[in-house]
Design a protein around this ligand. Sequence first.
Ligand code: NAD
Length: 285
Amino acid sequence: MSVSASNLSWQDGVAVITGAASGIGEALARHAACELGMKVVLADIAEQPLQKLAAALGKQGCEVLAVPTDVANAASMTALAETTRSHFGDVTLLVNNAGIEVLGFSWEIPAAQWDKILSVNIHGVVNGVKAFAGAMVDTGKRCVIANMSSIAGISIAPIQASYVMSKHAVLAFTECLYLEMAMKSAAVQVSAVLPGPVKTNIFATLKQYDDPIVAGHHQAMVELLESNGITPQAAARTIFEQLASGQFWVSTHPEMTAMMAKQRAANLSSLAKPSIDMDSAVNLD
Ligand SMILES: NC(=O)c1ccc[n+]([C@@H]2O[C@H](COP(=O)([O-])OP(=O)(O)OC[C@H]3O[C@@H](n4cnc5c(N)ncnc54)[C@H](O)[C@@H]3O)[C@@H](O)[C@H]2O)c1
């Protein structure tokens, strides 16, 4: 059984967005607070931009609360859930959006960086669900949990193995969560968000890489988002529309998502060796 949020009104609802201080998270937060009239909890590890955004949105008359949060830390996410409940009450929408990139040949990426990307991208989403889902189920009200995977969640790419595996994990987790909510007949809609290229600083803020292959890939990804990425505002609008219509698969680039899914399905169904069309390799994020 799927739960559709098609009749769900965002107006006056409560949204919690992680990774809200930048990029897609910021655009989702702005859209929710200022276009849809939601009360929005802005959660991010970067305190300064977080407080700056909260002040700017507050000045525009939008109702927001900034809560510095580390999604990789379970206690920090539990505290976020408690603060949300005490300030705004029941949650209508949780977007587990915070995520980072790491580039490199898998065996050369330092252990601390492996830990960090898996902690933020995978455990961050699990921590979000653990902190919020129980109360969302218990209220019996229609509400939404949206987990940020990526088109990288249905494809493969060298130099981005840690990111790609984290997004595959988020997608598999979200599919299982969907089934668990159905088993409980819960009124919680579960959606997987698979953005294509969106013009954010996710690559631009990475360090410079010494290895020429990694540096070239990095440069290609920065240029790809800059030249082909849609704006975070456009992504936020599309994501909200698709969430409101009750979709499980939420995509900013539906045709690209369909093509990637088809390629992946063809590879798996023929048990072909891993291969990649290098033109589409740099289309991954
Ligand atoms: N930009 C794209 O093209 C694209 C495509 C597919 C998926 N995504 C996914 O969308 C999400 C947002 O990415 P973006 O492009 O807006 O990136 P971004 O770098 O602009 O924003 C990410 C935000 O997450 C925050 N963050 C990082 N670690 C955190 C932590 N431990 N706790 C709390 N917040 C933390 C950062 O401070 C930042 O504000 C990510 O999950 C990313 O993987 C992005």
